[in-house]
Design a protein around this ligand. Structure first.
Ligand code: ATP
Ligand code: MG
Length: 567
């Protein structure tokens, strides 16, 4: 976020301010961002990152990056690396190294033994089906397990046998002993440890039992002396267990008070987008996209490759704010944020996506000249550059109509228009392909007195077109993107989000013509192609074969499209 961005308050910050006032945590504020390394981060995570790190910044506190790596089966080092990279790229500082829940496995195990000894946990040998059956429903209470009254000694012996690999997966679990009749199903003796004979990406084969998320998470927070544990709304019903567990462990002297406090907020939902690692992984595995960093993906690495800036993403997160109720944010807001940022800083250049040749018949064949072009009208310090002009040019195909409709003011037979920074030209003749009838080139004349773009006699033209010199411009590939999904809420119609995949989300144009010199731009450089949008040099780009991604179009035609769809 830039320093001019006003920092809004929200219900979480207000609540933390109350804690500061009461002094419950002294003056400490310590948050954490706890991703599970089972996929790449997406824009929903960006919201959580901005919130957690932003709160630490605003209150002079700290924020940990902690990997919630308690599930050995779906987690991988590749994901750990990509998550670290994304958090750093967004510009947040989590200190010298991230933290790992797996580093706390010993503590978690000991805490579980304590719970057993204190009569707060037992080993249940019911089958998964029996457990499900006896859990009860939202309207009826559950039934106690026949193993619920095992003695502490027996429980301890069985739990150690579980740890020592003496029992197969699923044969028993350790459960908290709370209340099978509780109105909150999460308090009906939740499982806290399960047997899983699987290697972990960090602890290898040390363990064959792993803590359940609901048990591990509060323990991780308390170990790190987190003050405010901020999570999404679906964990609201888990809060009583979070508090129960930490209270019991504090009673046993395993933690000191004050204990961390869980606060829930509404997750980000984005129109025409999916924000769920499980579904994003499917898009990657089924080949609907080229990878996690495909520029159409809502992952941080995807939109980064597309050309989004960290500032635009942070600004977006700031603008959407934090609420207690779920809602869907329109994609238009995200696009607005990147447009606003790039408008300020992206240099302007002229590139022609779909070239149409123009021959200036009264311009000498062997000559050329250089014209001054402004690099960024929003930033006078960006200066000017020279663009070459000569007899043969390219303009955009869509800027010419042989038979122009009423509102079309660009080039047409007999009509005069301005070439940006150059001259007025008039279309004298249209040359067509004999067989197909397609327009192949335009023969035009120019008025040498209009050099720089104005007529000394004060005559006006209704359009200004961008253009490049045919001889000096370079060839480039340009990739245009549309939303990955055609529907606002993918999957709503049929129940399968894949039914709403947009078959036209990618259009590759191979023979664009870019302003001379642009092919040397480094990957991630961003430009405004005048009148065509903002573009970013793709990771695939080389000076010999430049590739540009369209980050976003210039005007918000999207809002119009959305409006039309609603009708
Ligand atoms: P997913 O549903 O994509 O798998 P997750 O919640 O399982 O996401 P985690 O790695 O556990 O993924 O998420 C790390 C943090 O990011 C959590 O605190 C979670 O609440 C938060 N988070 C995940 N998705 C969103 C979202 N859409 N909006 C806001 N915060 C989110
Ligand atoms: Mg999760």
């Amino acid at each position: 976020m830039t320093d001019e961005t006003p920092r809004q308050s929200d219900f979480i910050r207000e609540s933390i301010a109350v804690d500061q006032e009461s002094g419950i945590y002294g003056k400490r504020v310590h948050t954490r961002f706890p991703p599970e390394p089972n996929g790449y981060l997406h824009l929903g995570h960006a919201k959580s990152i901005c919130l957690n790190f932003g709160i630490a910044r605003d209150f002079g506190g700290r924020c940990n990056l902690r990997f919630d790596d308690t599930n050995p089966e779906k987690e991988e080092q590749e994901y750990v690396d990509s998550i670290i990279d994304s958090v750093r790229w967004l510009g947040f500082d989590f200190g010298p190294a991230p933290l790992y829940a797996s580093d706390y496995f010993d503590f978690m195990y000991k805490a579980a033994e304590y719970l057993i000894t204190a009569g707060h946990a037992y080993v249940d040998s019911q089958s998964a089906d029996e457990m499900r059956e006896n859990r009860g429903t939202l309207t009826s209470p559950g039934k106690n397990s026949p193993f619920r009254e095992r003695s502490a000694e027996e429980n301890l012996r069985l739990f150690r046998e579980m740890r020592d690999g003496r029992h197969p997966d699923g044969s028993m679990v350790l459960r908290a002993k709370i209340d099978m009749a509780s109105g909150n199903i999460n308090l009906r003796d939740p499982a806290i440890y399960r047997i899983k004979h699987a290697d972990h990406h960090r602890t290898g084969s040390t363990w064959c039992i792993y803590p359940m998320y609901t048990y591990a998470h509060p323990v991780e927070d308390a170990i790190e002396q987190i003050t405010h544990s901020i999570c999404t709304l679906e964990f609201e019903d888990q809060r009583p267990f979070y508090d129960w567990l930490l209270e019991r462990l504090a009673e046993g002297g395993l933690f000191k008070r004050p204990l961390p406090r869980q606060i829930e907020f509404a997750r980000l939902n984005l129109s025409h987008t999916i924000l769920s690692k499980r579904k994003l992984i499917q898009l990657v595995q089924d080949g609907h996209v080229s990878g996690w960093d495909d520029p159409r993906m809502p992952t941080i690495s995807g939109i980064r490759r597309r050309g989004y800036t960290p500032e635009a993403i942070k600004n977006f997160c700031e603008r959407i704010g934090v609420a207690k109720r779920d809602s869907t944010v329109g994609l238009g807001l995200l696009e607005y944020c990147i447009r606003e940022d790039l408008n300020r800083r992206a240099p302007r250049v002229m590139s022609v996506l779909r070239p149409l040749k123009v021959v200036i018949t009264n311009y000498p064949e062997a000559e050329d000249e250089e014209l001054d072009a402004i690099n960024n009208p929003e930033d006078p310090s960006a200066g000017t550059r020279k663009v070459p002009f000569c007899r043969e040019l390219y303009i955009e195909q869509e800027d010419f109509r042989e038979d122009p409709p009423k509102q079309f003011f660009r080039l047409a037979p007999g009509r005069e228009v301005r070439l940006r920074y150059a001259y007025f030209i008039t279309c004298e003749k249209v040359i067509k392909d004999e067989k197909t009838g397609e327009v192949r080139e335009l023969l035009c004349s120019y008025d040498p007195k209009t050099r720089g773009g104005d007529a000394p006699d004060g005559r006006k033209v209704k359009a200004t077109l961008h253009w490049v010199s045919a001889r000096h411009s370079q060839r480039a590939e340009v990739r245009l993107y549309d939303t990955l999904f055609t529907e606002t809420n993918p999957g709503d119609r049929t129940g399968d989000f894949r039914d709403d995949i947009n078959p036209k989300s990618l259009e590759v144009i191979k023979d664009c013509r870019i302003e001379p010199g642009l092919s040397a731009a480094a990957p991630s450089s961003r430009f405004q192609f005048e009148r065509m949008g903002y573009f970013c040099v793709d990771a695939d780009s080389t000076p010999e074969k430049p590739v540009f991604n369209r980050v976003v179009i210039l005007k918000d035609t999207w809002a119009k499209v959305e409006k039309a769809q609603k009708k």
